[in-house]
Ligand binder design. Structure first.
Ligand SMILES: Nc1nc2c(c(=O)[nH]1)N[C@H]1C(S)=C(S)[C@@H](COP(=O)(O)O)O[C@H]1N2
Ligand SMILES: [Mo]
Length: 249
């Protein structure tokens, strides 16, 4: 499915449903083709649904009283301090790479899109967890608006901070990029993101460990390969300490 591209698959399914079927279903032969196609349609949907399994979501009363900050807890620049103090008026999330319509989105733009809120448990590889409610647009909405190209295979998250002198970054595949719980969060527990948790924007990749959830987001790039990004392993911790690129919980 990943090879032929999710969008190609869905476009194919739509064409099958919309055009041919209503006409050929009138004849006996037509009906059997139609039924076979319907079976294939259902099977394809089941395969996608398996990949789209949701991370557990929790009730409001389960939220942790405080959500700890880990790794970078600020960005060391005058621009960041000025933006943090004034509600991030000049912050832009740049969406580029293998897209036909690059975008530069303000916080107001992101808040105006359809929003998803989810109460999930964050698991850090260092052995702590916290439950919080995250709100923001789905990454899928942004990638559709930017007209993602068929040859894109990975999404890179660019961050404003550095850790041990290197820029923090992360990456995911298209299954996680289009997963319904993959959102670009601007709020935690109903408030704008705190500085320590990645203000003004961070990724939520709910089926993977904490280090995949890039904070202080400045850009999202669609790419065909991870080879030329950072040291080529797909993320800061993957490059720096050999952490797994797919950090499934
Ligand atoms: N930009 C950036 N994103 C980051 C990190 C970081 O140091 N810089 N640390 C990661 C790690 S290891 C974890 S556990 C979470 C911590 O998120 P929190 O600070 O909201 O608890 O952010 C992840 N995303
Ligand atoms: Mo972590």
């Amino acid at each position: 499915m990943v090879e032929i591209g999710r969008r190609g698959l869905l476009a194919g399914l739509a064409a099958l449903g919309a055009g041919a079927c209503s006409k050929i279903a009138d004849s006996e032969t037509g009906r059997s083709i139609f039924n076979a196609a319907e079976g294939w349609h259902r099977a394809a949907h089941r395969a996608l649904a398996g990949k789209q399994g949701l991370a557990p979501e929790y009730a409001p009363e389960d939220r942790s009283p405080g959500f700890r900050g880990n790794g970078s807890v600020t960005v060391d620049s005058d621009f960041y301090r000025g933006e943090m103090a004034s509600g991030f008026p000049a912050w832009r999330l740049m969406i580029g790479g293998l897209v036909d319509q690059p975008l530069a989105l303000s916080l107001a733009d992101l808040r105006a899109l359809p929003q998803r809120s989810q109460i999930t448990r964050h698991d850090c590889v260092e052995g702590w967890s916290a439950i919080g409610e995250w709100t923001g647009p789905q990454l899928a909405t942004l990638l559709d608006a930017a007209k993602l190209r068929e040859e894109a295979r990975f999404i890179i998250f660019r961050c404003a901070d550095t850790l041990y002198g290197r820029p923090y970054y992360e990456s995911i595949d298209m299954v996680d990029a289009f997963h319904p719980q993959t959102i670009i969060a601007h709020a935690l527990n109903g408030e704008p993101l705190p500085e320590k948790n990645g203000a003004p924007l961070r990724a939520r990749i709910e089926r993977q460990l904490g280090y995949k959830h890039a904070k202080y987001l400045t850009g999202i790039d669609a790419v065909a390969s991870l080879d030329d990004i950072g040291a080529g392993k797909g993320g800061f911790w993957e490059d720096f300490a050999g952490y797994q690129w797919y950090a499934g919980i």
